[in-house]
Design a protein around this ligand. Sequence first.
Ligand SMILES: Cc1cc2nc3c(=O)[nH]c(=O)nc-3n(C[C@H](O)[C@H](O)[C@H](O)COP(=O)(O)O)c2cc1C
Ligand SMILES: [Mn+2]
Length: 463
Amino acid sequence: MTGNRSGLPVIADLGAIIDWLDRKGRLVRVRSEVDPAHQLAGIAAKFERGPRAVLFEKVKGSRFPVFTGLYWSRELLGDLFDRPATTLPQYVAECIRDWQQKPMAPAVAKTGPVLQVTEPEVDLSVLPVPTHAELDAGPYFDAAVVITKDPETGIRNTSIQRFLVVGKDRLAINIDAGRHLEICLAKAAARGEPLPFTLNVGVGPGLHFAAATPAEAAPMGTDELGIASRFHGAPLELVAGTTSKVEMVADAMFALECEMVPGELHEEGPFAEVTGYYATVAPRPLVRVKKIHRRHQPVFQTIISGGEVFNSVGLLGEANVLALLQKQVPGVKDVYFSHGGCGFYHAVVQIAQKRAGWAKQALMAAFAAFPPLKMVTVVDDDVDIRNPGDVEWAMATRLDPKRGILVIENVFGHGLNPTFTDYLGSKVGFDATRPFPHTPNFTRARVKPASLDGLDIDVPEIR
Ligand SMILES: Cc1cc2nc3c(=O)[nH]c(=O)nc-3n(C[C@H](O)[C@H](O)[C@H](O)COP(=O)(O)O)c2cc1C
Ligand SMILES: [Mn+2]
């Protein structure tokens, strides 16, 4: 892939990515004007999980186009990173491991494309922020990267959160329990200070993945923006903030300089979440927007909850489970977070067991590597972990319910899962591997592979 500005790789810049998608026939262009309230999401849903992303060129009430679908197909992502889709978790795990061993700090540049225009006044209504699902409370930012600094150490943190537009210069944010942003906000509260942060809309997947890297892989006190540098192969470029010490992403399409005043709340929700359920309504932190910067010709990025999140939060979770299992449990070959499991509640682990009991070790390590997991299934290496029918075959024929099911009660899990009221629930592991040492009665039957080349075979059309 060719570079864009100053030799940066295509994945560092959403504008370059959109051009690349266009050249590859991977960009659906919606030229008619669409309503950002519900119609845009309804059209996007027709293309969801397909091999193309979507650009809405004319969005009612705004001058700016809207882009969606960069993460909804693993196949598209594999093409963008120039590797087979099934190797993405391993690739992501390697980039994160390289960063853990040799952090690559971002660089602060004098200026960047995001500072081309600073809006004379803050008015969020000029942005094409869409309202997706039928019962959503209103327009949401849901693909923007948050950058803040630990008020005590000054070390940066990055994450993605959903933000409901609640006024001309006001948002309400949802921060899940245990997030580093929650810790930073609590530290600001203890010091009696507001917490400044920037909201960077329209970035590439290196930065998106850095923001979605779970806390287990990027603990508090590490500048996880360096993960984006690893993906880019060059330091991520930032520009200094104009209202606080928190930087913005030089190549973002838009950057909003914001702050939260501890204790200020606003009602937030409902919002259709990745689980297929609506998130609850509750008072959540209020955000004051102080400045809006943008490129000359910016594109607003949005995510329709579902497949896109499976391949961002889910892919990063897979990578962390894979990295930990490969370190700790001999024989682990691959990990997949099933899409029936909302992309991050059910991990299927493939192992070539060389010792009895290692499948159970894999179950326990997987839960430790990614706390949102509710289910883990371990199968042998003759099972296709990406094929739900094959995984069910292993469960139906190899799982012994008496010795192979592990239930953990009263454990911290993901608050959006309706069986985890206030983040507390039960988790289950299935050891669907053959008994070890292997016995012939569990050997999988196979036909000898044959070639159809040169054979005279007539396959009729079905009438
Ligand atoms: C599209 C998308 C939306 C997300 N929405 C939220 C959200 O609303 N609230 C939240 O706390 N985490 C959300 N996350 C997950 C966090 O961004 C993610 O867990 C991140 O690693 C948290 O950063 P931290 O480890 O620094 O706390 C979202 C992730 C993605 C990719
Ligand atoms: Mn963090």
